[in-house]
Ligand binder design. Structure first.
Ligand code: EPU
Length: 352
């Protein structure tokens, strides 16, 4: 029996679906259609029976990287596919996880089994299916470092297609699913390669300091995971307590020339050279230096402990958060001549 969950749809306001619980910002927004599937075959049957242009759909994951504004006219689709399969081969382990698996639960499950590699990505909100879309990353590791392949259903045809690492075209907070294939696929599973031998990545910012109470040779992947959890919990607000979508902006990438000019003017500038010679600037530092950390516009605010994160103090609308984001971006541009852009998806009655 088909088990998809479909919430229908009416022309009057009463039958609109409320999306507050479906986005980590906790913003009141509505849509007419929201369909959640528990298997690939359900998605395929539903698509066969509901022929639409693919751009009528929007794929929603865990709703943790999303800013909803007002009424969403698209049909929201969600692949709530559970299950994790492990295939061991010597020291290596292929982990294939369903799109609906909670990311952090997967990190904890793999660590408990002694399969390492995801520890630096602990406590990232959201589900597995959304992870490749923006190539999630934290504390010196990105999904692309472990990614093998993904499976997805093409919304226009219902065909199941695999994408290799190369085909995903990963970059910083980017994949082809944010570029030329935007909105065209519903990701159903992601396969990663982990290892039974730890290969610790301790060089990012505060990790070593957080682990300074342990001798370096005794540090385990579980310790790294705990360190990341501690650092994240101290800086990033818990969406259950204060609505937010993690970093609201991407860290901007500038040429070496622009970096040198900025460094000259702002010697404390926080920046990291990336492998093509350009520099990634810490947008959180720039927002902070612009005096906006803790800034509040009604119920929309810049987080007190991490200026890259915008928060909903309670009743902010999507438009309130967007207005604040535009203001922050404007002030940063006035001070640094650098444009910062949203990392989150903006969906509904306004756009960036
Ligand atoms: N900084 C400040 N003030 C602030 C915020 C940051 O001075 O208010 C400085 C920090 O002291 C540090 C630098 O800016 O020197 C970078 O800050 P942080 O290490 O907190 O990282 P980030 O660049 O702000 C990125 C990711 C985070 C990820 C962390 C750790 C993006 C857009 N964000 O933030 O990812 O957890 O690095 O790797 O790349 C997310 O994507 O939602 C997210 C939280």
């Amino acid at each position: 029996m088909l088990q998809w969950v479909i919430f229908f749809i009416g022309l009057d306001n009463l039958s609109q679906i409320k999306l507050k619980d479906l986005n980590s910002f906790g913003i009141e927004a509505t849509c007419n259609d929201f369909v959640s599937f528990v298997s690939e075959s359900e998605i395929q049957s539903w698509l066969a029976n509901n022929k639409q242009n693919a751009n009528q759909f929007f794929v929603i994951g865990g709703g943790s990287n999303l800013l909803l504004i007002g009424h969403v006219s698209k049909i929201l689709l969600q692949a709530d596919i559970q299950g994790v399969e492990y295939q061991e081969e010597g020291d290596k382990v292929l982990v294939k996880a369903g799109a609906g698996v909670n990311w952090h639960q997967l990190v904890l499950e793999t660590l408990a089994k002694g399969f390492f590699g995801l520890e630096n990505l602990s406590l990232i909100p959201g589900n597995v299916g959304a992870a490749p879309i923006q190539n999630i990353g934290a504390y010196g590791v990105e999904l692309k470092d472990l990614f093998v392949e993904l499976e997805a259903i093409e919304l226009a045809t219902g065909d199941k297609i695999s994408f290799s690492h190369r085909e995903c075209d990963f970059a910083y907070r980017y994949s082809i699913f944010k570029g030329s294939l935007k909105g065209q696929y519903l990701i159903t599973s992601v396969t990663m390669q982990l290892s039974k031998r730890p290969n610790l990545k301790l060089n990012y910012g505060p990790i070593r300091k957080e682990l300074s109470h342990i001798n370096e040779q005794d540090i385990s992947p579980k310790d790294v995971s705990e360190a990341v959890i501690n650092i994240r919990s101290s800086k990033l607000p818990d969406p259950n307590e204060l609505g937010n979508a993690g970093s609201f902006f991407k860290n901007p990438i500038v040429s070496a020339e622009q970096y040198l000019q900025l460094k000259d003017k702002f010697p404390e500038l926080v920046a990291f050279e990336i492998n093509d010679g350009r520099y990634k600037l810490a947008a959180g530092w720039m927002i902070d230096q612009a005096g906006l950390k803790g800034y509040r516009l009604g119920d929309a605010g810049v987080h007190k402990h991490q200026a890259l994160v915008l928060v909903n103090y309670g009743d902010a609308s999507g438009k309130d958060i967007l207005d604040l984001a535009r203001y922050v971006s404007k002030i940063v541009f006035e001070k640094f001549s650098v444009t910062i852009e949203p990392e989150v998806w903006i969906l509904g009655e306004a756009s960036w």
